[in-house]
Design a protein around this ligand. Structure first.
Ligand code: ZN
Length: 340
């Protein structure tokens, strides 16, 4: 099969790789219908995370089940399935509490890399969710978004306590932040302030339900959020970047008693204890338990209630993955969909 491998920062190659096979009796092998490049793939691509030898890339996937191991009972060959970046048994006490990304049997969801024609999926019964029917082709991008960025934005909104009547601010205008806006809309937020200085992303934020746009960032961004909320700050803030600046922007934009849902992968963030103590802000976040939300998200996509696939503004054949990475790195594309 063909699959993307990162050799060094800036060096992604699509090459012939071994076809994945069933290695554990709980595995499935799927044929990818679509895959994509994640914002978190850009951390090693940019050399901010180390690249330890050639690494198969990709952890977002939808496709058709080709084969299952002998201990897979609910997932069947021929089903169209959506999974997530971590595999989970979906039965342990942590999974049942809705934190499948901390499953006691957690492991990479697609260890052979999902930017490929085929992928091995671990713990198939717990990890994969089948769609009710074979989806129409135009629904595939939305289902692919559910695999990570929609599920992550959704968790950000839930962790931020978004409810009807609340004012929500979203820090970060990548795919996760934009889908955090969509999630906040679906969860009934009254007012949604998207923080973005990029016109095409502002436009998509508005399509997803943003009521206000703030272009300032850092302390000026915080001041604008306060201006828009009677000096109090937002009830709920979704942090979808993962840097020191974005995290402090999120915390300082939140009113006392409010909630920050942080889903940007944290890189060298240090929280000041005394400021946290006096802030009265709730912090919750981490790697999104996408599996918790998948059945609901699949239903919303398949009934055409939401169209999260709009975040894919560049579509390329898998063999052109390197250009897909470059376009996202240079912020020419919000998110690249790859056709295997
Ligand atoms: Zn579990």
């Amino acid at each position: 099969m063909r699959g993307a491998v990162l050799y060094a920062p800036g060096d992604v190659r699509v090459e012939d790789r071994p076809d994945p096979t069933i290695e554990e009796p709980t595995d499935a092998v799927i044929r990818l219908a679509a895959t994509c490049v994640c914002g978190s793939d850009l951390w090693p691509y940019r050399g901010i995370e180390p690249v330890n030898g050639p690494s198969p890339m990709g952890h977002e996937y939808v496709g058709i089940v080709e084969e299952v191991g002998r201990d897979v009972h609910t997932i069947k060959p021929g089903q169209f399935v959506v999974g997530s970046f971590f595999a989970s048994d979906n039965t342990c006490e942590i999974c049942r509490a809705g934190y499948q990304t901390s499953c006691i049997h957690r492991q990479p969801g697609a260890p052979t890399g999902a930017q490929a024609q085929y992928a091995r999926i671990a713990l198939a019964d717990g990890t994969l969710v089948a769609t009710p029917d074979q989806p129409d082709p135009d629904l595939v991008p939305g289902l692919l978004a559910a695999s990570d960025v929609l599920g992550t934005g959704w968790f950000g909104a839930v962790a931020a306590g978004v409810e009807p009547g609340k004012t929500v601010a979203v820090v970060g205008d990548g795919a996760v932040g934009l889908l955090g806006v969509l999630a906040a809309t679906q969860l009934g937020a009254e007012r949604i302030i998207a923080m973005s200085r990029h016109e095409p992303r502002q436009q998509l934020a508005r399509e997803f339900g943003a009521t206000d746009i703030v272009t300032e960032r850092g302390d000026e961004g915080v001041a604008r959020i306060k201006d828009l909320t009677d000096g109090l700050g937002a009830h709920s803030v979704i942090e979808a970047v993962g840097t020191q600046e974005s995290m402090m922007q999120a915390i300082r934009s939140t009113r006392p008693g409010g909630h920050v849902g942080y889903v940007g992968v944290s890189h060298d963030v240090r929280l000041p204890g005394e400021e946290m103590f006096f802030s009265h802000v709730h912090l919750h976040g981490g790697p999104a338990p996408v599996r918790r939300f998948l059945p609901e998200l699949i239903d919303l996509v398949c009934t055409r209630t939401i169209d999260p696939g709009k975040v894919f503004d560049l579509e390329l054949p898998l063999d052109e993955a390197a250009e897909g990475y470059r376009a996202m790195d240079e912020r020419r594309a919000i998110k690249t969909l790859l056709r295997p």
